[in-house]
Unconditional design. Sequence first.
Lengths: 360, 360
Amino acid sequence: MELSERKKRILTAVVENYIATAEPVGSKALAETIGCSSATIRNEMSELTGMGYLEQPHTSAGRVPSPAGYRLYVNELMERQKVTEAEAAAINEKLSQRERQLEQLMSDVGQLTSSMTQYPAYALTMKPPAAVKRFDFIYVDQNTFIVVVLLTDNTVKNKLVHLPFSVHQEQVTTLSTLFNANFTGLTDGEITDQLIRSTERAAGDTYGLVAVVASFTIECLTSAKTAPMGVAGASQLLSQPEYRDPDKAHALMNFISNGDRLVSDIAKMGMERDGLRVTIGPENLAEELKDSSVVMASYDAGDGMRGYIGVVGPTRMDYSSVAAKLSYIAAGLSRLLAGPDAPAGLNNKLVLKERDDHEQ
Amino acid sequence: MELSERKKRILTAVVENYIATAEPVGSKALAETIGCSSATIRNEMSELTGMGYLEQPHTSAGRVPSPAGYRLYVNELMERQKVTEAEAAAINEKLSQRERQLEQLMSDVGQLTSSMTQYPAYALTMKPPAAVKRFDFIYVDQNTFIVVVLLTDNTVKNKLVHLPFSVHQEQVTTLSTLFNANFTGLTDGEITDQLIRSTERAAGDTYGLVAVVASFTIECLTSAKTAPMGVAGASQLLSQPEYRDPDKAHALMNFISNGDRLVSDIAKMGMERDGLRVTIGPENLAEELKDSSVVMASYDAGDGMRGYIGVVGPTRMDYSSVAAKLSYIAAGLSRLLAGPDAPAGLNNKLVLKERDDHEQ
DNA sequence: GATTAGCACTCGGAAGATAAGAGTGCTAGC
DNA sequence: GCTAGCACTCTTATCTTCCGAGTGCTAATC
């Protein structure tokens, strides 16, 4: 059933008033805004309460939006805000700062999001499982060489190996051939103990080094598939009146700081078409979030990777402004990581960017 | 002036009682423990108050240790606890887990320390400025090469460079020669625009790539000298009664999360001879910490680097147990990073460890 | 029929009052 | 020098009282 125009205006006013003040909204307060008497508004609010969009903390208090009320607000009533010039500038400036590893970037973006929205925020990028594209071995001196691993997702990992005995340049070359022949194209699960042992047998007098390199390879592949994640601003919760109770705040902060649960819930729930998703109170899967809301935006991280930034706050969250900011940041990240001038993803884009900086 | 034996016992009892309960300690509660009547204890406590070791929240309440009281307790009275078998095992297990980058290690150690002590914790390693020892360029394909940089502190950094035009193997080799000749041995401040420009002139047709690699080099050197740091468990504060007030908790959490200030204060204050330092309430430099205490331990991170782990909590902190745990963890880190079988520091040690694992 | 003014009623929260209890300081006796 | 006893202090918990914001309903008005 469709609500009358006036009911919509009243619901909107209640939600926005409550978002701003955290106090239940009374009929008198709305009389002027809506343009009719408080009695009329009381009648309307009474009906909205009956329909489940508003709630009364107690019989003689104003009204507060219910989760359904927030949902309606978010879906239909709220005005799609845009970020201000100043905010956009601040975001762009942050994002364009010097080149960064993905881990570092996630941590920075988490902080940026949190400071822009004033809510705790997280940022993460999901990665597909990777394999090794090629191995390189750099002979440094007779006790030292460096292993460089190029992965299918175009990340490069390295390791300095320092030995208590000496090796020759040729031995390192042999090792290189061996690994490029046997270990490329495999995901972490496919590197079996058996494969390592058979490689050791083939390695001749460098057999002792095979395990070291293989283990490093597995380490690379494992870390390549886990989502780098940044969480920031958990303490922001404490400035919200709904978390004045330290026990509540503690429980929620623990949940947020331990990002794993957030990640798995993201995987379970899809995204809306516009790359934005709002889950309100009881809509959240995690028990810890049943009294809170999450606003999340996704971005294209290039190379088929998808990333997510999100914000956690009370159900009385400023959805309109938060959604606008998240969308803007997400768009910026997409541009940064997978924009038209960055066809090969993170690494490439950053290189080109850097060159631009220096060619100015 | 030296305190009588009984005064010491009373002060110790007050401190430990208050640490355990967070309630002011009355004379009656101590009568049994000390072995004399409450009146006697009242007299003694009255004198201890006069000397500044105890305080009274109000005239008809028990006593609470003053900062001076805690100080005396920490310096002379407190029993040097040892960690239990179980705790030691847990710490060792955590520390011995798979190889890690220093950043990752700091973050893990911060978490470990926080979970062992139940207080917010941080971990960081100070690094001296580094220079590049050698450059290696790996030619991948005509649009791609990898730069590998070995630093004087034995860390290795790399970067995949993807080009919108093609290069030859020889051009990359030229670049390698050029960089090894001009950029090794320099710290970040010593790489000037002038040097970059003169290298560009010498680079012939690869001049366009010099800026990219030089900028990456600076990036490496900068990140090599900033202290990697892990902060964890800030939300633990909320379980302490002295931070039930959300505003206090918020202020302190903000301070902790933003680790920079902590780092600079560490630099200002030295360490005690045993690698442990306790700063109580007003002894702290930072205004935000005037009502809190910090326990800190340092460790040897190899290669002349020094690291610090620390814990922040109320002045009513369990100094004895926290100090024991920090010392143990710090010792473990020293062993891990600079132990006798790890003369070349972090990288080496981890390699050897890993080999052991696999040779079993 | 929708809107509004008026009014009695409800209920939560603030302010004040009272009571209980923990702990002190002091004095006098051992 | 220690202890028992006692009057006194001050906080905290609990209970009352009171105020006012806000409601729901009814009757009058547009």
